[in-house]
Design a protein around this ligand. Structure first.
Ligand code: NDP
Length: 449
């Protein structure tokens, strides 16, 4: 019999924690998982899942407009009921939350609905006072939106609250120009809000290929989303009529009905007691881990956003799986961080895998670039002047595809399949040898010049 209450105690039931708990239990470990809010974590409860459903809902605004050109007799004015969409989305979130909970209980993982703090290398204390020992502790507490430290910051919301609004604001200002800012700009704009995005630099979606993000900026501006660059957030003041006046450097103040911060996310390590076990944190408060997800305390591991490596759900899931297989499954496994595909569910969406053109040039000195800049067939008939852009970055000598970047309808769906070819190290030649599937947008991948 073990000297500990549990073989594994997981703190945080998000994507990484749930996978690690379930698989470790399947490997025979006695596992408990503590969650202070809801099983499912950011992705299920207030991230990827509800966001994607809002995007589907928002897209009908354009689809209804386009429908007329395809012969549908759509009235000139029609209503949108935010509460119907919001409540249906939340119902789906509840369903997935239930499914995640069932998965854990079906694998005999004990769910503890309390906040837990680390009190030593093998010790955890629950908010209710219960003290627990575990051979191994896994920190999977994720991250939370970071809010600038400025006067009136408490008057703004973050993506956490965006899903629960009473109504779509008439005017919204979004601070930041990354994933969340561009995705919510698309959602709110489609749902009828006037959207202004402000950013401290003049770069949107830093890290994505320059041509692709320029295309998004151009299309977003054409749709009516406003951008203010080199605008450092200074503060929010509530006016007598309830509106919010936002001050920023370099620009006139803007008055809006809602302010949303999308200025990055910070690891949830505050008050977790990690210092009690000698767990080192980096300058951003993230748990420092080695390639095996082990912290500077031998018995404590961490996976997912709390480690601030790649803040993506599928990566957290892989880290959770690798941890469980390595520590409890007798199968040492490491996550391969090369060529991770990613997407921004903006309007239109963009997606990419591998090196951008500038990364390839910086790293290799040169590269070969192939593009396809086209107007999707559906947009042509709809009279929608939005062009898609695909870019392939290849090794100048071998033709190996180093990166693939796209913006246009269904870009994430198309890129996921193409990412397999990039991951497999295929060449431009291999793409060219593949017969086009006509008529599709994806066929542009094998027709690039
Ligand atoms: P991002 O890192 O994508 O973008 C942050 C934005 O905020 C940037 O424009 C950045 O500007 C700006 N910013 C950062 N710090 C400050 C500051 N102190 N003051 C003013 N502006 C600031 O963060 P998000 O919050 O959008 O998303 C967090 C993470 O969540 C993403 O990195 C991503 O990994 C994940 N995510 C993934 C999604 C997906 O897969 N589709 C969807 C949503 C989130 P600058 O460019 O100048 O640094």
């Amino acid at each position: 019999m073990s000297d500990y209450d549990y073989d594994l105690f997981v703190i945080g039931a998000g994507s990484g924690g749930v996978r690690a708990a379930r698989v470790s239990a399947a490997h025979g470990a006695k596992v408990a998982i503590a969650e202070e809010y809801r099983v499912g974590g950011t992705c299920v409860i207030r991230g990827c899942v509800p966001k994607k459903l809002l995007i589907y809902g928002a897209h009908f605004a354009e689809d209804l407009k386009d429908a007329k050109r395809f012969g549908w007799n759509v009235p000139d004015t029609y209503d949108f009921d935010w509460k119907v969409l919001r409540d249906n989305v939340m119902e789906e979130v509840d369903r997935i939350n239930g499914a995640y909970t069932n998965t854990l209980t079906n694998h005999d993982v004990e769910i503890i609905a309390e906040r837990a703090e680390v009190t030593g290398p093998h010790n955890v204390k629950l908010a209710g006072g219960r003290e627990i020992t575990a051979k191994t502790i896994l920190i999977a507490t994720g991250a939370r939106p970071s809010v600038p430290d400025c006067p009136g910051a408490e008057l703004g919301i973050t993506s956490n609250e965006a899903f629960h609004l009473d109504a779509v604001p008439k005017r919204i200002l979004i601070a930041g120009a990354g994933y969340i800012a561009n995705e919510f700009a698309g959602i709110f704009h489609q749902l009828g809000a006037h959207v202004t995005l402000i950013n401290r630099s003049d770069v949107i979606l830093r890290g994505y290929d320059e041509s692709i993000r320029d295309r998004l900026l151009q299309i977003s501006m054409m749709k009516g989303i406003e951008f203010r660059f080199h605008a450092e957030f200074q503060g929010i003041e509530q006016l007598d009529d309830g509106c919010l006046k936002v001050s920023m450097s370099g620009h006139e103040p803007i008055t809006v009905d809602c302010v949303m911060f999308a200025t990055g996310r910070e690891p949830n390590t505050e008050g977790l007691g990690l210092a009690n076990a000698g767990v080192e944190l980096d300058a951003k408060g993230a748990v420092v881990v080695d390639d095996d997800n082990r912290s500077t305390c031998d018995s404590i591991y961490a996976v997912g956003d709390v480690t601030n490596r790649v803040q993506l759900t599928p990566v957290a899931i892989r880290e959770g799986q690798a941890f469980a297989d390595s520590v409890f499954g007798g199968k040492p496994t490491r996550v391969d961080y090369e060529n991770i595909p990613a997407a921004v569910f903006s309007h239109p969406p963009m997606a990419g895998v591998g090196m951008t053109e500038s990364e390839a040039k910086n790293k290799l000195g040169s590269c070969k670039v192939y593009t396809s800049d086209f107007r999707p067939m559906k947009n042509v008939l709809a009279g929608r002047n939005e062009r898609a852009l695909y870019k392939m970055v290849c090794d100048s000598d071998t033709g190996k595809v180093l990166g693939l970047h796209m913006i246009g309808p269904d870009a994430p769906e198309i890129l996921q399949a193409a990412a397999i070819a990039v991951k497999a190290g295929l060449t431009k030649d291999a793409f060219d040898q593949t017969v086009a599937l006509h008529p599709s947008m994806a066929e542009e991948l094998v027709l690039m010049r």
